[in-house]
Design a protein around this ligand. Sequence first.
Ligand SMILES: C[S@@+](CC[C@H](N)C(=O)[O-])C[C@H]1O[C@@H](n2cnc3c(N)ncnc32)[C@H](O)[C@@H]1O
Length: 334
Amino acid sequence: MSTHQSIRLLLAVTSPFWRAEEWLSQTSRKDWPQSLLALWSLHRAIDRNGFLKVLSPPQRKQLNLNLASFRPKHSGSLSLSKTKTETLFMLESASLRIADFLADSASWNEKRSWLQRWFNSTSFLTLTESILFSDECIDRILGLQERSIQKKLSTKQLPKTYLEESIYLDLDPVDLYTPYRVLCRWSKTLKLQPGTRVLDLGSGVGRIPITLGLLFPKVEFIGIELMRERHAMAEKARKGLGLRNVRLICGNAAKQGLPPAHYYYLFNPFIGDTLRQVFRQLKNRTRHGKLRVAVAQIELPWSYIQKQNWLKPIRRFKADKAWEGIGITVFESL
Ligand SMILES: C[S@@+](CC[C@H](N)C(=O)[O-])C[C@H]1O[C@@H](n2cnc3c(N)ncnc32)[C@H](O)[C@@H]1O
């Protein structure tokens, strides 16, 4: 995008009259996903490169007028750093509104082809590294609304099965789920062969089986998730995207027999007895052949797994700084 186009975009989406629906109806359908990326690029340019400084005085005045209409009256004029904060917030909220519109208006075929293109595009992966809310936009496009689950359950008495496990109902999706870009980059290092089976233990709203299922149509992905609400959302997206290589199971990974797989992935799903029971099952599985356990290096499971003398680390994937230095280590059974 040229500087001129970026400024037009900025002034358009910060306007109090901007509506995602109207704006996208003037854009060709095939460019819809591009509009989201254009907003993210603008967000990054403002955040990192001080893009606001290129605005002429009348453009700056217009931007401030736009922002002022969302502020309480008489809050005075803004410093450049406050203008920046507010502008970034407006762009974030516009992106989420576009994602909601795309969720409702695009067909599952369109969503499937956008995601396949994005997940294979280096520029998408680099851009989303600095745009943390981009994951939430993708979740929303797929109808994976973790926040709405949390809101709904906050007013209800939780079933005993939930209370006994670590289901993290107070965590933001940014901290609860493996980022899409990390999954795309990491999975490419695995060189998964057709017929390989990968199982995500505690699959949440299904980011892993869905993302990898789209990237590797000849590999089989299974997700096991305890919570009905998360499982149901993931299953709806799986069906919509027509992912025949993905199977989602709703159940307790410690209590039901784990299906055989070549890789088992864990991102902080269990602690205590559940973790021990799952590892007992995994160790038993090695009687039938070697297996690999991929672990996001965070908190308890990580220190517990490092102590398993039947597993040796074979590959370490260093994730980007935006994922707080959490990497993924693949262990292989001896
Ligand atoms: C930190 S999230 C990780 C989700 C996903 N693997 C990812 O990386 O995006 C862990 C998930 O494990 C689920 N969970 C907790 N205990 C479980 C159990 N015993 N069996 C199956 N899932 C469980 C939680 O409900 C939560 O959705």
